[in-house]
Design a protein around this ligand. Structure first.
Ligand code: ZN
Length: 258
């Protein structure tokens, strides 16, 4: 396919690649997308699970933790798919600057990307945070307490309210991560947006920051996005297969030309 070839050429010419990933990459590992209708999320009304409601209502906290109890085993068992593995190949080639992700499932880290190279814009499901003292707990530890019957686990240190360390609807994005992501997007020579509809801020902003600073832009997503007109290449196909093909081409071309 011509587009695969073009992207492979762009990658060969790039030295500082930023990969931006959204829920679309994780669905291929069996992690359901919150925004898609159907499946296990339908029983949870997002309007009942906002950050504001979480802080003010015990019932909302119970519901939120009930969802976490269902979600955690799925995330803990999920494995990186072909898309994650292809991206980790870019890291092995020394071309990857960082990954900016909207996913909090740690699948990039599981595929071999060092923690410090993954900017988690929406936080992570892998730990819980005490809103009182800031202490962090591994999610598997909290899961044991949930399964033992605790409805709303409280901090062992200060008795404070805890929540999964992931950005909730109605909650501001982490300033440090957002700023770092903007800086890296503006400083790369290629930004590849993978599996994100690029609608919500600041996801929507990253491709434009890259483009405005002279980088190439590649968008791979099952559905068209509002940013397609700015992209050098747009591929509306499944991620795992597409990224695998691209990396195969990059390697073949490198071999051809020594
Ligand atoms: Zn605490």
């Amino acid at each position: 396919m011509d587009k695969i070839n073009t992207v492979a050429d762009i990658i060969r010419q790039s030295e500082k690649i930023v990969i931006f990933t959204g829920a679309g990459i994780s669905t291929e590992s069996g992690i359901p997308d919150f925004r898609s209708p159907g499946g296990i999320w339908d029983q949870y009304d997002p309007n009942e699970l906002t950050y504001q409601k979480f802080l003010s209502s015990q019932a909302s906290r119970e519901k939120y933790w009930e969802r976490q109890k269902t979600l955690w085993p799925i995330i803990a068992a999920a494995m990186p798919n072909a898309g994650h593995r292809a991206i980790s190949e870019l890291h092995k080639m020394g071309k990857l600057d960082c990954i900016i992700t909207q996913d909090g499932d740690s699948l990039h880290q599981k595929s071999g990307i060092p923690d410090e190279m993954v900017i988690e814009l929406h936080g992570t499901w892998t730990r819980a945070l005490c809103l009182g003292c800031g202490r962090k707990y591994p999610s598997e530890e909290i899961q044991v307490r949930l399964e033992a019957g605790e409805k709303v686990p409280l901090c062992e240190e200060c008795g404070g309210i805890m929540k999964p360390d992931v950005i909730q609807f109605g909650q501001a994005l982490p300033e440090k991560e957002t700023g770092e992501a903007q800086r890296r997007a503006a400083g790369c020579d290629l930004l590849m947006a993978c599996g994100s509809s690029l609608v919500v801020y600041p996801a929507a902003q990253m491709p434009l920051l890259a483009k405005d600073n002279g980088a190439k832009l590649v968008i791979i997503n099952l559905m068209p996005t509002t940013h397609d007109r700015y992209a050098d290449v747009v591929i509306n196909e499944k991620l795992g297969q597409t990224l695998t093909e691209i990396i195969k081409q990059v390697k073949a071309k490198s071999k051809d030309r020594g």
